[in-house]
Design a binder for this molecule. Structure first.
Ligand SMILES: *[C@@H]1O[C@H](CO)[C@@H](O)[C@H](O)[C@H]1NC(C)=O
Ligand SMILES: *[C@@H]1O[C@H](CO)[C@@H](O)[C@H](O)[C@H]1NC(C)=O
Ligand SMILES: CC(=O)N[C@H]1CO[C@H](CO)[C@@H](O)[C@@H]1O
Length: 405
């Protein structure tokens, strides 16, 4: 037994040493932005403004634009609470858990001062965890239902775990990890005051979900990234970027979920377009492209190497992909430590498919000094107006960039 343990221990050390050599170099380069020309905002043809005096537009991890109804849905939280409770970041302080996470429905064609008219969507009838009615929002996607004004939203809900022995929340969540689920809601019309809960996806293959993407033309089948893979807590959870424990899972209403891809290094905001699934990596730059097959199975078809730590991807109406990226990965950790004062640099990258079917990328916006952009975790392009919306899991504001005419 001792021999076996030693052997296991040794192979782990060897594995780590090898990973360190290969990976650490790349991570250090990405982490400190070595060898990059990080440009100031003024180099780009946009006028950007912060919407920074609105506590409801805080810590909006993710966004989805309903092209049909021109409503931008944002998964917003509370910047301070994010530093207390965020299972994907190993923050386990239940006392500090946000009491006001909500989906914000922003009417992007109805300006109101420097902001826009919006509704904070209520969730009547949604029980939350043990009847608290709370949501713990991170990833979000949605779909316009054909022939109707209705949209359906899928959200990642990073909930705390319940101790089945006591029927109460585990007092020490750090020991057991959270109980993240994916929730399906429907919103009836662009002016709706609330959203109706339709289904909770809770599954053993959905362990550390970070973001969601539809698999096809409905909300009943989707992909989610387990950013830490199966490891919610413990050493392997902390080493996820080195050991590449990240996964992609596929869920189908009624059939449950299964893991369809492994070996990812902190995969996060994935996106689907035209039968392909795009999975970015935060720890090691680049986007992996998969073809969606039978029953959610994935076949890798392309690697798009990009030397930035990448975050959430979104697709616009033209089929272009927009990526929020960290020119200096380490700066985002500072933002987590002090959300109200940090000025992390950020970059927005656009990926386009060429006539030869291959993808190329270019930088469309960068903010070397953190003048106006949040430490972006999501960038969304409104193809109709050319505007860019930027939001961040931690920043206490969102940013709107208007193309300069
Ligand atoms: C947990 O959160 C509460 C409320 O925000 C805070 O007062 C407390 O200091 C936090 N505890 C730790 C250990 O950080
Ligand atoms: C996790 O959430 C699901 C769905 O609400 C629930 O059935 C399950 O008991 C929860 N498990 C834990 C450990 O909290
Ligand atoms: C690295 C990072 O911040 N990625 C974010 C991408 O979006 C998911 C959910 O939308 C967040 O949980 C991640 O933190």
């Amino acid at each position: 037994m001792a021999g076996l343990l030693l052997k296991l221990g040794l192979s782990l050390v060897v594995l780590l040493a090898v990973s360190f050599q290969v990976l650490l170099k790349e991570m250090v380069w990405l982490g400190f932005g070595i060898g990059k020309d990080i440009q100031p905002l003024s180099d780009f043809p946009y006028d950007c403004r912060r919407i920074d005096d609105d506590p409801r537009l805080q810590a909006c991890e993710d966004m989805w634009l309903s092209e049909k109804t021109r409503v931008l849905y944002l998964a917003c939280s509370d910047s301070i609470a994010r530093t207390r409770w965020l299972p994907n970041n190993h923050n386990w302080n239940l006392t500090g858990r946000s009491q006001r996470d909500a989906i914000i429905a922003l009417q992007i064609d109805a300006p109101a001062g420097k902001s826009f008219e919006y509704k904070v969507l209520q969730t009547p009838g949604y029980a939350g965890t043990l009847g608290d009615g709370l949501l713990d929002l991170t990833g979000l996607t949605g779909i316009d239902i054909e022939g109707e004004d209705r949209v359906e939203l899928l959200v990642v809900n990073s909930r705390p775990s319940i101790d089945s022995a006591t029927g109460l929340l585990f007092p020490d969540q750090a020991a057991v990890g959270g109980n993240s689920t994916v929730e399906l809601f429907e919103v009836r019309g662009p002016r709706a005051e609330g959203m109706t809960h339709v289904h909770t996806f809770a599954d053993a293959s959905v362990t550390t979900p970070n973001n969601v993407a539809l698999a096809g033309g409905n909300s009943r089948e989707f992909y989610t990234t387990n950013d830490h893979g199966p490891y919610k807590v413990g050493l392997k959870s902390h080493l996820n970027m080195l050991i590449g424990s990240g996964e992609v899972a596929f869920c189908s209403l009624g059939k449950g979920c299964k893991r369809v891809s492994k070996g990812h290094k902190f995969p996060n905001g994935l996106a689907q377009h035209g039968g392909s699934l795009y999975v970015p990596g935060s720890a090691v730059g680049g986007v992996q492209v998969f073809r969606i097959g039978e029953d959610g199975d994935l076949t890798k078809i392309e690697d798009i190497p990009i030397d930035y730590g990448l975050d959430n991807l979104s697709v616009d109406a033209n089929g272009d992909l927009y990526l929020a990226a960290f020119p200096k990965g380490v700066e985002i950790f500072k933002a987590f430590a002090d959300p109200f004062n940090a000025r992390p640099p950020s970059t927005v990258i656009r990926i386009r498919k060429g006539d030869d079917g291959k993808h190329t990328w270019e930088k469309v916006l960068e903010d070397a000094h953190g003048e106006a952009l949040p430490g972006s975790t999501t960038a969304l392009h409104d193809a109709k107006t050319g505007r860019l919306f930027l939001s961040s899991v931690i920043s206490p504001f969102i940013t709107v960039c208007e193309p300069r005419s």
